[in-house]
Design a protein around this ligand. Structure first.
Ligand code: FBP
Length: 553
């Protein structure tokens, strides 16, 4: 099969490394900082992570590292949703290992964390990896969402690690997978096993970030891919002047993606779930917000526009959240009985007798196709699959109704015709931007240095990401430092704290200062496609979120 010219050129792209990872690998030493604590719940976490809690943050400096050239056998896992750049983490890890010692080996567990439990893996050679350098996707070894949580799973993971004589496992994943990495690191030490565990911060959602993790990888490419598409739609809307486009954007809970895309494209409306939550906005008030822009624009004879909707919105609207919570609990309690109902009408009738009045009224008021989505098969934890609820269509329906009423009251005189879109999977496997290609390669290379230096229970990190790659600083952060205790399925569990959009943060403030203007006028920006070859100001720019958060620009 003939490869595309871009694909061939991307194979040859050499990712940029931070200065503290460049040069002779034998000269990369560790600089150790102060002992750490956790973001909260120190006593609980100290008790749960007896062996790994409180270790210091580390960074890499020039100096002799006597451990770095020993031969190592390391295995890598891709965990959770795809994010552009995963292949480069593996390439960086592999190159680091080989630079350290040509006899070192890299294995890849197949299909996510279950590969470790079931002992399913592949040996990764230079030729094998060459076909995946600087490409999107996780198809090199596949991914999965298995959580390692039962004693049997932990024991099986240890058994596999022993059988393969592993020195370390690298888990490339989001907050849940890195929580799992912390638990595995602790478990291996408690079992007197030498196997180290290192995490890498992945998720397009952008919600694995904190003081030390400035961005999760994949966010940059995914947002740029969606922003290209949104810009194209804006231009189409402004050309035809006849449609309102309602675009739902991925990002399971946090609205970072929607907010970043809004900063890149300046749509008429962008809903931010965290704001809806903070202000306790009802569904009707969210509809008001959209209608207000439609009415203003109709007054200017602009009967078109673009609305961005974060994927998790419905869970942040109080009355919808109450409905979802009630459905989760009630259906779980009467699983068999509910499962035996053969039609939607029967299900609604059953709900009329089993859920509260306000929740019943709400589900009944929804268009039937949307109401059905609330009643679809639950996820493995028994919850409504929120990402499958077509919020964009729900809002279009509600806006149509509201405008019809306002028209009768002579408040609105315009034409409203709307189209629904969902951008999610389109962005998760794009060729990584130069930023993500460089960042991921650095994370993988840094993971090698952490392993070679004998650390466990750390996440590979790179700081100063708003600056050019040569000024980035790589290092490692103890996973326990990012954790707190949260209620999960009835009991308190240690978890890495998810970062939602901060309403006091610079990205939201920049959006807030401009949105009134965008709502009334046509201020669209067209970022165009990601560029891979060309001047750095075109090809290497990070996201606006990162720039606003870290350099105040
Ligand atoms: P991760 O948190 O595992 O990176 O996945 C994020 C995500 O892409 C969300 O944006 C989305 O809601 C979800 O995965 C979709 O999951 P799936 O791939 O299982 O349909």
């Amino acid at each position: 099969m003939e490869l595309s010219a871009l694909q061939k050129s991307r194979y040859a792209y050499e990712p940029k490394l931070p200065a503290n990872l460049s040069g002779d690998v034998s000269e990369i030493a560790l600089k150790t900082g102060e002992a750490t604590t956790s973001v909260a719940d120190e006593a609980d976490l100290r008790a749960l992570f007896k062996k790994t809690f409180g270790r210091p943050v580390v960074s890499f400096i020039k100096g002799h590292n006597e451990k770095i050239n020993r031969p190592l056998t390391v295995a890598v896992i891709l965990s959770g949703g795809q994010a552009p750049g995963g292949h480069n983490v593996i390439a960086g890890l592999y190159d680091g290992l080989k630079k350290g010692n040509a006899a070192s080996r890299l294995l890849g567990f197949l299909g996510g964390p279950s590969g470790l439990v079931d002992g399913k893996y592949v040996e990764m050679t230079g030729d094998f990896i060459a076909d995946y350098r600087n490409t999107g996707g996780f198809d090199i070894i596949g991914s999965g969402r298995t959580k390692i949580e039962t004693p049997e799973q932990f024991a099986a993971a240890l058994e596999t690690a022993k059988k393969l004589n592993l020195d370390a496992v690298v888990i490339i994943g989001g907050d849940d997978s890195n929580t799992n990495a912390a638990l595995l690191a602790e478990y291996f030490l408690a079992q007197n096993s030498k196997v180290q565990v290192i995490g890498c911060p992945k998720t397009i959602d952008g919600d694995l970030k904190n003081e030390h993790i400035e961005a999760s990888f994949g966010f940059d490419t995914a947002c740029k891919t969606y922003s290209e598409l949104i810009g194209n739609i804006e231009r189409d809307a402004n050309s035809a002047k006849k449609y309102w486009h309602f675009i739902k954007l991925m990002g399971r809970a946090a609205s970072h993606i929607a907010l970043e895309c809004a900063l890149q494209t300046q749509p008429n409306v962008c809903l931010v779930s965290e704001e809806v939550d903070e202000k306790k906005l009802s569904l009707s008030q969210v509809v008001d917000q959209i209608c207000s822009s439609i009415i203003k624009r109709a007054e200017n004879k602009e009967n078109f526009g673009v609305v961005l909707i974060p994927e998790g919105l419905v869970e942040f609207i109080p009355e919808v959240k109450a409905l979802i919570d009630e459905l989760n609990d009630t259906i779980a309690l009467h699983e068999k009985e509910f499962g035996g109902l053969s039609s939607f009408i029967d299900q609604i009738y059953w709900l009329s007798r089993n859920i509260s009045g306000p929740s019943y009224e709400l589900i009944q008021s929804l268009p039937p196709d949307i109401a059905k989505e609330f009643l679809m098969d639950r996820d493995p934890h028994g919850n409504v699959q929120v990402s499958r609820i077509e919020t964009e269509k729900l809002l279009i329906g509600m806006v149509e109704k509201r405008l019809a009423k306002l028209e009768k009251e002579n408040i609105y005189r315009g034409k409203f015709s709307a189209l629904a879109h969902f951008f999610g999977y389109e962005g998760r496997c794009a060729f990584p931007s130069n930023f993500d290609a460089d960042y991921c390669y650095s994370l993988g290379f840094g993971a090698f240095v952490l392993i070679a230096s004998g650390l466990t229970g750390y996440i590979s990190n790179v700081k100063n990401l708003a600056l050019p790659a040569s000024q980035w600083v790589a290092g490692g952060v103890p996973l326990t430092m990012m954790m707190n205790m949260e209620q999960r399925h009835g009991s308190k569990k240690p978890v890495i704290k998810k970062a939602l959009v901060e309403l006091e943060g610079a990205p939201f403030k920049a959006f807030d200062a401009a949105r009134e203007n965008w709502a009334a006028k046509t201020c669209y920006l067209f970022p165009g496609a990601i560029q891979y070859f060309g001047p750095p100001e075109v090809c290497d720019q990070p996201t606006k979120t990162l720039l606003l958060e870290h350099s105040g620009r």
